[in-house]
Design a protein around this ligand. Sequence first.
Ligand code: NB4
Ligand code: NI
Length: 197
Amino acid sequence: KLIDFSSEVVQMILMKNIVRDGDPVLRQEAENVTFPLSESDRKLANDMMEYLVTSQDETLAKKYGLRAGVGLAAPQVGVSKMMAAVLVPAETEGGQSPFTDVIINPVIVSHSVQDGALTEGEGCLSVDEDVPGFVPRHDRITLRYQDVEGETHKVRLRDYPAIVCQHEIDHLHGILFYDHIDRDHPFEISEDTVMFD
Ligand SMILES: Cc1nc(NNC(=O)[C@H](CC2CCCC2)CN(O)CO)c(F)c(N2CCN3CCOC[C@@H]3C2)n1
Ligand code: NI
């Protein structure tokens, strides 16, 4: 009797499972998540984080044809729930990740007046074409969220981790990164904006 090992690959989130722009689920306000997490919500949280880990490993990303990601929101896999996985890589080899967690029912409780933006602009796993331009966001935020155990966290984030979390939280409210780009002046940005890679 042959043992079926194909199951673990089927479990993974693959690019074919990523919903693309045009699907109404990406423009919906997601539903709050209730605790304790259902079995399927717990599996979803795990699978989304698993996607980020796998996609950041060059060999595995190539093997499974995954576009690299540092964040993934539930609506992007067709689930309109207030949940997103964030895995911000360490700046230096072997360093510690500035922020890694599954953020559930996230709320930005306060933020800096000063904007921040990635010098490279942004992309999105749900948007197949490049949309050039700066995406102005808050440079610093205070984020309140629940983790998969239902524990409430209140964290202050700045620069890169703050940008990633704002991109993901936008997805939970039906907002896509290019909504923030002024199509007529895509690279115009207020001069006190913090720009970083
Ligand atoms: C900035 C960046 N965006 C990548 N992709 N886009 C995404 O993550 C989208 C979310 C990000 C777009 C801008 C802010 C949030 C996914 N989104 O649509 C979720 O809503 C990257 F892949 C990436 N990095 C740098 C770090 N590197 C470590 C080693 O592994 C490769 C990895 C590549 N940096
Ligand atoms: Ni995105």
